[in-house]
Design a protein around this ligand. Structure first.
Ligand SMILES: Cc1cc2nc3c(=O)[nH]c(=O)nc-3n(C[C@H](O)[C@H](O)[C@H](O)COP(=O)(O)OP(=O)(O)OC[C@H]3O[C@@H](n4cnc5c(N)ncnc54)[C@H](O)[C@@H]3O)c2cc1C
Ligand SMILES: *[C@@H]1O[C@H](CO)[C@@H](O)[C@H](O)[C@H]1NC(C)=O
Ligand SMILES: *[C@@H]1O[C@H](CO)[C@@H](O)[C@H](O)[C@H]1NC(C)=O
Ligand SMILES: *[C@@H]1O[C@H](CO)[C@@H](O)[C@H](O)[C@H]1NC(C)=O
Ligand SMILES: *[C@@H]1O[C@H](CO)[C@@H](O)[C@H](O)[C@H]1NC(C)=O
Ligand SMILES: *[C@@H]1O[C@H](CO)[C@@H](O)[C@H](O)[C@H]1NC(C)=O
Ligand SMILES: *[C@@H]1O[C@H](CO)[C@@H](O)[C@H](O)[C@H]1NC(C)=O
Ligand SMILES: *[C@@H]1O[C@H](CO)[C@@H](O)[C@H](O)[C@H]1NC(C)=O
Ligand SMILES: *[C@@H]1O[C@H](CO)[C@@H](O)[C@H](O)[C@H]1NC(C)=O
Length: 322
Protein backbone atom coordinates (compact mmCIF):
# COMPACT_ATOMS: atom_id res chain seq x y z
CA UNK A 1 0.00 0.00 0.00
CA UNK A 2 1.44 3.38 -1.03
CA UNK A 3 0.87 6.41 1.20
CA UNK A 4 0.23 9.79 -0.43
CA UNK A 5 -0.12 13.10 1.45
CA UNK A 6 -1.85 16.04 -0.22
CA UNK A 7 -1.31 19.47 1.34
CA UNK A 8 -4.28 21.81 0.79
CA UNK A 9 -8.01 21.21 0.56
CA UNK A 10 -8.97 23.88 -1.98
CA UNK A 11 -10.27 22.95 -5.43
CA UNK A 12 -6.77 21.93 -6.53
CA UNK A 13 -6.04 19.72 -3.50
CA UNK A 14 -9.44 18.00 -3.57
CA UNK A 15 -9.50 17.30 -7.30
CA UNK A 16 -5.89 16.03 -7.13
CA UNK A 17 -6.67 13.75 -4.18
CA UNK A 18 -9.71 12.30 -5.97
CA UNK A 19 -7.80 11.78 -9.23
CA UNK A 20 -5.10 9.86 -7.32
CA UNK A 21 -7.72 7.65 -5.63
CA UNK A 22 -9.40 6.97 -8.95
CA UNK A 23 -6.35 6.18 -11.05
CA UNK A 24 -3.77 4.56 -8.75
CA UNK A 25 -4.65 1.27 -7.12
CA UNK A 26 -3.49 0.31 -3.63
CA UNK A 27 -2.96 3.87 -2.50
CA UNK A 28 -4.06 5.61 0.68
CA UNK A 29 -4.52 9.37 0.36
CA UNK A 30 -4.56 11.82 3.29
CA UNK A 31 -5.19 15.56 2.96
CA UNK A 32 -3.46 17.90 5.44
CA UNK A 33 -4.93 21.37 5.44
CA UNK A 34 -5.27 24.58 7.35
CA UNK A 35 -8.70 25.44 5.92
CA UNK A 36 -11.57 23.67 4.22
CA UNK A 37 -14.66 24.93 2.38
CA UNK A 38 -16.23 27.51 2.88
CA UNK A 39 -12.89 29.10 3.79
CA UNK A 40 -10.82 28.47 0.63
CA UNK A 41 -10.10 30.76 -2.32
CA UNK A 42 -12.54 28.93 -4.59
CA UNK A 43 -15.36 29.77 -2.18
CA UNK A 44 -14.98 33.42 -3.23
CA UNK A 45 -14.85 32.69 -6.97
CA UNK A 46 -17.72 33.01 -9.41
CA UNK A 47 -16.74 29.66 -10.86
CA UNK A 48 -17.00 30.62 -14.49
CA UNK A 49 -15.59 27.88 -16.66
CA UNK A 50 -13.60 29.25 -19.56
CA UNK A 51 -12.40 26.16 -21.30
CA UNK A 52 -8.88 26.87 -22.41
CA UNK A 53 -6.28 24.11 -22.06
CA UNK A 54 -8.88 21.57 -21.06
CA UNK A 55 -10.62 18.66 -22.74
CA UNK A 56 -13.96 17.12 -21.89
CA UNK A 57 -12.84 15.75 -18.52
CA UNK A 58 -15.46 17.71 -16.58
CA UNK A 59 -18.39 16.24 -18.44
CA UNK A 60 -17.04 12.71 -18.06
CA UNK A 61 -16.42 13.07 -14.34
CA UNK A 62 -19.70 14.65 -13.37
CA UNK A 63 -22.19 13.38 -15.93
CA UNK A 64 -25.66 13.33 -14.41
CA UNK A 65 -24.61 15.02 -11.18
CA UNK A 66 -25.05 18.68 -12.16
CA UNK A 67 -27.07 19.50 -9.07
CA UNK A 68 -24.74 18.07 -6.39
CA UNK A 69 -21.71 19.32 -8.28
CA UNK A 70 -23.18 22.85 -8.64
CA UNK A 71 -23.00 23.09 -12.42
CA UNK A 72 -25.24 25.60 -14.28
CA UNK A 73 -25.15 25.98 -18.04
CA UNK A 74 -25.51 29.55 -19.27
CA UNK A 75 -24.81 32.00 -22.11
CA UNK A 76 -21.90 34.37 -21.60
CA UNK A 77 -21.62 37.68 -23.43
CA UNK A 78 -18.21 39.35 -23.58
CA UNK A 79 -18.45 42.97 -24.80
CA UNK A 80 -15.69 45.47 -25.48
CA UNK A 81 -15.12 49.05 -26.56
CA UNK A 82 -11.49 48.30 -27.37
CA UNK A 83 -10.14 48.22 -30.92
CA UNK A 84 -8.05 45.07 -30.48
CA UNK A 85 -10.78 42.90 -28.97
CA UNK A 86 -10.72 39.49 -30.62
CA UNK A 87 -12.42 36.16 -30.07
CA UNK A 88 -10.14 33.73 -28.25
CA UNK A 89 -9.36 30.43 -29.98
CA UNK A 90 -10.87 28.34 -27.20
CA UNK A 91 -14.45 29.40 -28.03
CA UNK A 92 -14.37 26.61 -30.59
CA UNK A 93 -14.43 24.02 -27.80
CA UNK A 94 -17.36 25.59 -25.93
CA UNK A 95 -20.90 24.32 -26.34
CA UNK A 96 -21.57 26.99 -28.97
CA UNK A 97 -20.43 30.50 -29.83
CA UNK A 98 -21.04 33.41 -32.17
CA UNK A 99 -19.58 36.80 -32.88
CA UNK A 100 -22.04 39.66 -32.29
CA UNK A 101 -23.02 41.50 -35.46
CA UNK A 102 -22.50 45.24 -35.90
CA UNK A 103 -26.27 45.65 -35.77
CA UNK A 104 -26.47 43.79 -32.47
CA UNK A 105 -23.60 45.84 -30.98
CA UNK A 106 -25.28 49.08 -31.97
CA UNK A 107 -28.48 47.92 -30.31
CA UNK A 108 -26.70 46.83 -27.12
CA UNK A 109 -24.72 50.10 -27.03
CA UNK A 110 -27.94 52.05 -27.28
CA UNK A 111 -29.61 49.98 -24.62
CA UNK A 112 -26.71 50.19 -22.18
CA UNK A 113 -25.52 53.67 -23.15
CA UNK A 114 -22.06 52.43 -24.19
CA UNK A 115 -19.95 52.29 -27.32
CA UNK A 116 -19.33 48.61 -27.80
CA UNK A 117 -17.18 47.91 -30.84
CA UNK A 118 -16.85 44.15 -30.54
CA UNK A 119 -18.33 41.23 -28.70
CA UNK A 120 -19.00 37.54 -28.71
CA UNK A 121 -21.32 35.10 -27.06
CA UNK A 122 -20.50 31.56 -25.95
CA UNK A 123 -22.21 28.85 -23.95
CA UNK A 124 -20.38 27.51 -20.90
CA UNK A 125 -21.17 26.88 -17.25
CA UNK A 126 -20.45 28.02 -13.74
CA UNK A 127 -19.07 25.47 -11.32
CA UNK A 128 -19.84 26.68 -7.81
CA UNK A 129 -17.41 25.91 -5.04
CA UNK A 130 -20.02 26.08 -2.28
CA UNK A 131 -21.67 23.06 -3.93
CA UNK A 132 -18.83 21.12 -5.47
CA UNK A 133 -16.20 21.41 -2.73
CA UNK A 134 -18.41 19.64 -0.15
CA UNK A 135 -19.38 17.19 -2.93
CA UNK A 136 -15.73 16.42 -3.77
CA UNK A 137 -14.85 16.09 -0.09
CA UNK A 138 -17.67 13.59 0.45
CA UNK A 139 -16.53 11.54 -2.57
CA UNK A 140 -12.95 11.63 -1.29
CA UNK A 141 -14.00 10.40 2.16
CA UNK A 142 -16.31 7.74 0.68
CA UNK A 143 -13.28 6.37 -1.18
CA UNK A 144 -11.45 5.98 2.13
CA UNK A 145 -9.62 9.33 2.14
CA UNK A 146 -9.02 11.30 5.32
CA UNK A 147 -8.90 15.09 5.83
CA UNK A 148 -6.64 16.20 8.71
CA UNK A 149 -6.91 19.82 9.86
CA UNK A 150 -3.24 20.64 10.35
CA UNK A 151 -0.94 23.34 9.07
CA UNK A 152 2.25 21.91 7.58
CA UNK A 153 5.20 24.16 8.41
CA UNK A 154 7.90 21.94 6.99
CA UNK A 155 7.95 19.12 4.41
CA UNK A 156 9.91 16.99 6.88
CA UNK A 157 6.74 16.55 8.93
CA UNK A 158 5.49 14.34 6.09
CA UNK A 159 8.76 12.59 5.32
CA UNK A 160 7.28 9.13 5.93
CA UNK A 161 4.87 9.49 2.99
CA UNK A 162 5.85 7.98 -0.35
CA UNK A 163 4.79 11.14 -2.19
CA UNK A 164 3.68 14.62 -1.06
CA UNK A 165 1.40 16.60 -3.36
CA UNK A 166 1.73 20.33 -2.80
CA UNK A 167 -1.57 22.15 -3.48
CA UNK A 168 -1.16 25.10 -1.15
CA UNK A 169 -2.12 27.83 -3.63
CA UNK A 170 -0.81 31.27 -2.76
CA UNK A 171 0.85 30.11 0.44
CA UNK A 172 3.33 28.11 -1.59
CA UNK A 173 5.33 31.33 -1.67
CA UNK A 174 5.89 31.33 2.08
CA UNK A 175 6.34 27.57 2.34
CA UNK A 176 8.96 26.98 -0.35
CA UNK A 177 10.08 30.49 -1.12
CA UNK A 178 8.92 30.36 -4.75
CA UNK A 179 9.08 34.07 -5.53
CA UNK A 180 7.11 33.60 -8.75
CA UNK A 181 3.92 33.13 -6.72
CA UNK A 182 2.13 36.34 -5.81
CA UNK A 183 -1.38 37.44 -4.85
CA UNK A 184 -3.90 38.77 -7.37
CA UNK A 185 -6.51 40.26 -5.08
CA UNK A 186 -10.13 39.82 -6.11
CA UNK A 187 -12.97 41.66 -4.42
CA UNK A 188 -16.55 40.85 -5.42
CA UNK A 189 -20.13 41.42 -4.22
CA UNK A 190 -22.85 38.80 -3.95
CA UNK A 191 -26.34 40.17 -4.52
CA UNK A 192 -29.83 38.72 -4.70
CA UNK A 193 -30.88 38.70 -8.38
CA UNK A 194 -32.96 35.67 -9.29
CA UNK A 195 -33.98 37.44 -12.53
CA UNK A 196 -30.50 37.27 -14.02
CA UNK A 197 -29.81 34.21 -16.19
CA UNK A 198 -26.72 35.00 -18.18
CA UNK A 199 -23.26 36.38 -17.70
CA UNK A 200 -22.02 39.77 -18.86
CA UNK A 201 -18.35 40.52 -19.11
CA UNK A 202 -17.37 44.04 -20.10
CA UNK A 203 -13.80 44.46 -21.24
CA UNK A 204 -13.13 48.23 -21.25
CA UNK A 205 -11.81 51.14 -19.21
CA UNK A 206 -14.59 50.34 -16.76
CA UNK A 207 -14.32 46.56 -16.80
CA UNK A 208 -16.83 44.60 -14.80
CA UNK A 209 -18.65 41.30 -14.74
CA UNK A 210 -22.07 40.03 -13.71
CA UNK A 211 -22.18 36.26 -13.19
CA UNK A 212 -25.30 34.45 -11.94
CA UNK A 213 -24.74 31.64 -9.45
CA UNK A 214 -27.46 29.34 -8.06
CA UNK A 215 -28.43 31.44 -5.02
CA UNK A 216 -26.95 34.84 -5.88
CA UNK A 217 -25.36 36.95 -8.59
CA UNK A 218 -21.64 37.76 -8.43
CA UNK A 219 -20.60 41.32 -9.26
CA UNK A 220 -16.95 41.94 -9.89
CA UNK A 221 -14.32 42.67 -9.59
CA UNK A 222 -10.77 43.66 -8.88
CA UNK A 223 -7.37 42.32 -9.93
CA UNK A 224 -4.79 43.90 -7.63
CA UNK A 225 -1.32 42.96 -6.54
CA UNK A 226 -2.08 43.00 -2.81
CA UNK A 227 -2.31 40.76 0.27
CA UNK A 228 -5.20 42.79 1.73
CA UNK A 229 -8.04 40.42 2.59
CA UNK A 230 -10.23 43.15 4.09
CA UNK A 231 -13.20 44.45 2.08
CA UNK A 232 -12.19 47.82 0.63
CA UNK A 233 -14.79 50.60 0.67
CA UNK A 234 -13.64 52.21 -2.60
CA UNK A 235 -13.63 48.88 -4.45
CA UNK A 236 -17.08 48.17 -3.05
CA UNK A 237 -18.59 51.39 -4.44
CA UNK A 238 -16.81 51.00 -7.78
CA UNK A 239 -18.04 47.43 -8.33
CA UNK A 240 -21.64 48.35 -7.48
CA UNK A 241 -21.62 51.47 -9.63
CA UNK A 242 -20.00 49.85 -12.72
CA UNK A 243 -22.38 46.89 -12.61
CA UNK A 244 -25.52 48.92 -12.02
CA UNK A 245 -24.43 51.30 -14.76
CA UNK A 246 -24.63 48.31 -17.11
CA UNK A 247 -27.72 46.70 -15.55
CA UNK A 248 -29.84 49.26 -13.64
CA UNK A 249 -31.79 46.49 -11.89
CA UNK A 250 -28.64 45.83 -9.84
CA UNK A 251 -29.20 49.14 -8.01
CA UNK A 252 -32.19 47.72 -6.20
CA UNK A 253 -30.71 44.28 -5.58
CA UNK A 254 -30.10 43.32 -1.97
CA UNK A 255 -26.38 42.89 -1.21
CA UNK A 256 -25.75 39.57 0.54
CA UNK A 257 -22.06 40.14 1.19
CA UNK A 258 -18.80 41.57 -0.06
CA UNK A 259 -15.87 39.16 -0.24
CA UNK A 260 -12.17 39.14 -0.99
CA UNK A 261 -10.01 36.26 -2.25
CA UNK A 262 -6.34 36.12 -3.15
CA UNK A 263 -5.74 34.27 -6.42
CA UNK A 264 -2.48 32.34 -6.51
CA UNK A 265 -0.81 34.26 -9.36
CA UNK A 266 2.20 32.82 -11.19
CA UNK A 267 3.60 33.17 -14.73
CA UNK A 268 2.37 29.60 -15.23
CA UNK A 269 1.01 26.72 -13.19
CA UNK A 270 3.75 24.72 -11.47
CA UNK A 271 2.94 21.08 -12.18
CA UNK A 272 6.11 19.02 -11.73
CA UNK A 273 8.05 16.52 -9.64
CA UNK A 274 10.68 17.69 -7.17
CA UNK A 275 13.04 15.27 -5.41
CA UNK A 276 14.54 16.75 -2.25
CA UNK A 277 17.62 15.09 -0.68
CA UNK A 278 17.27 14.45 3.03
CA UNK A 279 19.91 12.62 5.01
CA UNK A 280 20.23 9.24 3.27
CA UNK A 281 16.68 9.42 2.01
CA UNK A 282 14.75 11.64 -0.40
CA UNK A 283 11.39 13.39 -0.20
CA UNK A 284 9.32 13.21 -3.34
CA UNK A 285 6.99 16.09 -4.05
CA UNK A 286 4.52 16.70 -6.85
CA UNK A 287 3.74 20.43 -7.09
CA UNK A 288 0.35 21.60 -8.33
CA UNK A 289 -0.10 25.30 -7.61
CA UNK A 290 -0.22 28.78 -9.16
CA UNK A 291 -3.55 28.60 -11.05
CA UNK A 292 -4.26 32.36 -10.87
CA UNK A 293 -7.76 33.36 -11.93
CA UNK A 294 -8.54 29.99 -13.54
CA UNK A 295 -8.14 27.44 -10.77
CA UNK A 296 -11.67 26.13 -11.07
CA UNK A 297 -11.45 25.84 -14.85
CA UNK A 298 -8.08 24.11 -14.79
CA UNK A 299 -8.58 21.95 -11.69
CA UNK A 300 -9.76 18.68 -13.22
CA UNK A 301 -7.26 18.73 -16.09
CA UNK A 302 -4.36 19.52 -13.75
CA UNK A 303 -5.50 16.89 -11.24
CA UNK A 304 -5.34 14.16 -13.88
CA UNK A 305 -1.80 15.26 -14.76
CA UNK A 306 -0.78 15.46 -11.08
CA UNK A 307 -2.05 11.88 -10.56
CA UNK A 308 0.08 10.73 -13.52
CA UNK A 309 3.14 12.34 -11.94
CA UNK A 310 2.37 10.66 -8.60
CA UNK A 311 2.11 7.30 -10.33
CA UNK A 312 5.42 7.89 -12.08
CA UNK A 313 7.14 8.59 -8.73
CA UNK A 314 5.58 5.50 -7.14
CA UNK A 315 6.66 3.30 -10.05
CA UNK A 316 10.22 4.57 -9.89
CA UNK A 317 10.29 4.00 -6.17
CA UNK A 318 9.13 0.41 -6.60
CA UNK A 319 11.78 -0.17 -9.28
CA UNK A 320 14.61 1.17 -7.14
CA UNK A 321 13.55 -1.12 -4.28
CA UNK A 322 14.10 -4.25 -6.39
C1 LIG B 1 -12.78 36.94 -6.91
C2 LIG B 1 -12.30 35.67 -7.56
C3 LIG B 1 -12.96 35.18 -8.67
C4 LIG B 1 -12.53 34.02 -9.30
N1 LIG B 1 -13.23 33.55 -10.37
C5 LIG B 1 -12.84 32.40 -10.98
C6 LIG B 1 -13.60 31.89 -12.07
O1 LIG B 1 -14.63 32.46 -12.45
N2 LIG B 1 -13.15 30.76 -12.67
C7 LIG B 1 -12.02 30.09 -12.26
O2 LIG B 1 -11.65 29.09 -12.87
N3 LIG B 1 -11.30 30.56 -11.21
C8 LIG B 1 -11.68 31.70 -10.57
N4 LIG B 1 -10.94 32.18 -9.51
C9 LIG B 1 -9.66 31.54 -9.17
C10 LIG B 1 -9.80 30.33 -8.27
O3 LIG B 1 -10.64 30.63 -7.19
C11 LIG B 1 -8.40 29.92 -7.76
O4 LIG B 1 -7.50 29.76 -8.84
C12 LIG B 1 -8.48 28.59 -7.00
O5 LIG B 1 -9.48 28.66 -6.01
C13 LIG B 1 -7.14 28.21 -6.39
O6 LIG B 1 -7.30 26.98 -5.74
P1 LIG B 1 -6.19 26.34 -4.83
O7 LIG B 1 -6.76 25.06 -4.36
O8 LIG B 1 -4.87 26.34 -5.53
O9 LIG B 1 -5.99 27.38 -3.62
P2 LIG B 1 -6.80 27.58 -2.25
O10 LIG B 1 -8.25 27.48 -2.43
O11 LIG B 1 -6.25 28.84 -1.71
O12 LIG B 1 -6.37 26.35 -1.40
C14 LIG B 1 -5.15 26.25 -0.73
C15 LIG B 1 -5.31 25.24 0.37
O13 LIG B 1 -4.05 25.00 0.97
C16 LIG B 1 -4.19 25.09 2.37
N5 LIG B 1 -2.86 25.44 2.88
C17 LIG B 1 -2.08 26.49 2.51
N6 LIG B 1 -0.93 26.45 3.19
C18 LIG B 1 -0.98 25.36 3.98
C19 LIG B 1 -0.07 24.78 4.91
N7 LIG B 1 1.10 25.30 5.15
N8 LIG B 1 -0.45 23.64 5.56
C20 LIG B 1 -1.65 23.08 5.34
N9 LIG B 1 -2.53 23.60 4.46
C21 LIG B 1 -2.21 24.72 3.79
C22 LIG B 1 -5.27 26.10 2.59
O14 LIG B 1 -5.82 25.98 3.88
C23 LIG B 1 -6.24 25.71 1.48
O15 LIG B 1 -7.04 24.62 1.90
C24 LIG B 1 -11.37 33.34 -8.83
C25 LIG B 1 -10.72 33.81 -7.69
C26 LIG B 1 -11.17 34.96 -7.05
C27 LIG B 1 -10.44 35.44 -5.82
C1 LIG C 1 4.44 -0.44 -5.28
O1 LIG C 1 4.67 -1.60 -4.51
C2 LIG C 1 3.68 -1.83 -3.49
C3 LIG C 1 4.10 -3.04 -2.70
O2 LIG C 1 5.44 -2.99 -2.39
C4 LIG C 1 2.33 -2.02 -4.15
O3 LIG C 1 1.34 -2.18 -3.14
C5 LIG C 1 1.99 -0.80 -4.98
O4 LIG C 1 0.77 -1.03 -5.69
C6 LIG C 1 3.11 -0.50 -5.98
N1 LIG C 1 2.79 0.78 -6.61
C7 LIG C 1 2.79 0.96 -7.94
C8 LIG C 1 2.41 2.31 -8.43
O5 LIG C 1 3.08 0.05 -8.70
C1 LIG D 1 -14.38 29.03 8.52
O1 LIG D 1 -13.83 30.17 9.16
C2 LIG D 1 -14.67 30.69 10.19
C3 LIG D 1 -14.06 32.00 10.65
O2 LIG D 1 -12.71 31.86 10.93
C4 LIG D 1 -14.77 29.64 11.31
O3 LIG D 1 -15.60 30.11 12.34
C5 LIG D 1 -15.37 28.37 10.72
O4 LIG D 1 -15.40 27.36 11.70
C6 LIG D 1 -14.56 27.89 9.51
N1 LIG D 1 -15.28 26.79 8.87
C7 LIG D 1 -14.74 25.55 8.74
C8 LIG D 1 -15.61 24.51 8.11
O5 LIG D 1 -13.60 25.28 9.08
C1 LIG E 1 -13.25 39.08 -22.86
O1 LIG E 1 -12.70 39.08 -24.15
C2 LIG E 1 -11.38 39.63 -24.24
C3 LIG E 1 -10.96 39.61 -25.69
O2 LIG E 1 -11.01 38.32 -26.21
C4 LIG E 1 -10.42 38.81 -23.40
O3 LIG E 1 -9.14 39.41 -23.39
C5 LIG E 1 -10.95 38.75 -21.98
O4 LIG E 1 -10.11 37.88 -21.23
C6 LIG E 1 -12.36 38.23 -21.97
N1 LIG E 1 -12.80 38.23 -20.60
C7 LIG E 1 -13.23 37.15 -20.00
C8 LIG E 1 -13.50 37.28 -18.54
O5 LIG E 1 -13.42 36.12 -20.59
C1 LIG F 1 -12.86 27.97 -35.11
O1 LIG F 1 -12.77 26.94 -36.06
C2 LIG F 1 -13.03 27.36 -37.39
C3 LIG F 1 -13.10 26.14 -38.28
O2 LIG F 1 -12.13 25.22 -37.94
C4 LIG F 1 -11.94 28.34 -37.81
O3 LIG F 1 -12.16 28.78 -39.13
C5 LIG F 1 -11.99 29.54 -36.86
O4 LIG F 1 -10.92 30.41 -37.14
C6 LIG F 1 -11.90 29.10 -35.42
N1 LIG F 1 -12.21 30.24 -34.61
C7 LIG F 1 -11.46 30.63 -33.63
C8 LIG F 1 -11.88 31.84 -32.89
O5 LIG F 1 -10.44 30.05 -33.36
C1 LIG G 1 -31.54 46.09 -33.72
O1 LIG G 1 -32.64 46.99 -33.51
C2 LIG G 1 -33.41 47.19 -34.69
C3 LIG G 1 -34.41 48.31 -34.40
O2 LIG G 1 -35.05 48.10 -33.19
C4 LIG G 1 -34.08 45.89 -35.07
O3 LIG G 1 -34.83 46.04 -36.24
C5 LIG G 1 -32.98 44.84 -35.31
O4 LIG G 1 -33.59 43.56 -35.56
C6 LIG G 1 -32.04 44.72 -34.13
N1 LIG G 1 -30.95 43.84 -34.48
C7 LIG G 1 -30.44 42.92 -33.65
C8 LIG G 1 -29.34 42.06 -34.17
O5 LIG G 1 -30.84 42.79 -32.50
C1 LIG H 1 -19.80 57.08 -27.63
O1 LIG H 1 -19.00 57.70 -28.62
C2 LIG H 1 -19.52 58.97 -29.08
C3 LIG H 1 -18.70 59.42 -30.26
O2 LIG H 1 -17.33 59.13 -30.08
C4 LIG H 1 -19.53 59.94 -27.93
O3 LIG H 1 -20.07 61.18 -28.30
C5 LIG H 1 -20.38 59.37 -26.78
O4 LIG H 1 -20.30 60.20 -25.64
C6 LIG H 1 -19.91 57.97 -26.38
N1 LIG H 1 -20.86 57.42 -25.45
C7 LIG H 1 -20.51 56.81 -24.33
C8 LIG H 1 -21.59 56.29 -23.47
O5 LIG H 1 -19.33 56.68 -23.98
C1 LIG I 1 2.99 35.25 3.48
O1 LIG I 1 3.86 36.33 3.23
C2 LIG I 1 3.22 37.57 3.04
C3 LIG I 1 4.24 38.60 2.62
O2 LIG I 1 5.44 38.47 3.34
C4 LIG I 1 2.48 37.95 4.31
O3 LIG I 1 1.81 39.18 4.14
C5 LIG I 1 1.47 36.86 4.60
O4 LIG I 1 0.78 37.14 5.80
C6 LIG I 1 2.16 35.51 4.72
N1 LIG I 1 1.15 34.48 4.88
C7 LIG I 1 1.25 33.58 5.83
C8 LIG I 1 0.12 32.62 5.92
O5 LIG I 1 2.18 33.53 6.58
C1 LIG J 1 4.96 23.91 -1.65
O1 LIG J 1 5.60 24.60 -2.70
C2 LIG J 1 6.08 25.86 -2.34
C3 LIG J 1 6.64 26.52 -3.57
O2 LIG J 1 7.71 25.79 -4.11
C4 LIG J 1 7.16 25.71 -1.27
O3 LIG J 1 7.58 26.99 -0.83
C5 LIG J 1 6.57 24.96 -0.10
O4 LIG J 1 7.61 24.69 0.86
C6 LIG J 1 5.96 23.66 -0.55
N1 LIG J 1 5.32 23.06 0.58
C7 LIG J 1 5.79 21.96 1.11
C8 LIG J 1 5.06 21.44 2.33
O5 LIG J 1 6.75 21.38 0.61
Amino acid sequence: MSQVAVIGCGVIGLTSALAIQRSIRNTKVTIFTKDITPNTTGDVAAGLWEPYLVDDTEEKSFGGKAKEAGISLQPIINLSDKRDHKIPDWVNVTLGHSELSRDHLVNLSRRYNKNFTAGYLFVSFTWEASYFLPFLQREFEKNGGRVVMKEIKDFNELAHYDVIVNCTGLESRNLTGDKKVSPIRGQIARVRGPWQFHTYIVDSEKSCYIIPNINCVILGGTKQSSYNIEVDEVDKQEILSKCSDLLPAIKAAEVIKHQVGLRPGRDKVRLEIEIKERDKDTIKIVHNYGHGGSGITLSVGCAVEAAELVEKVLNQRNKSKL
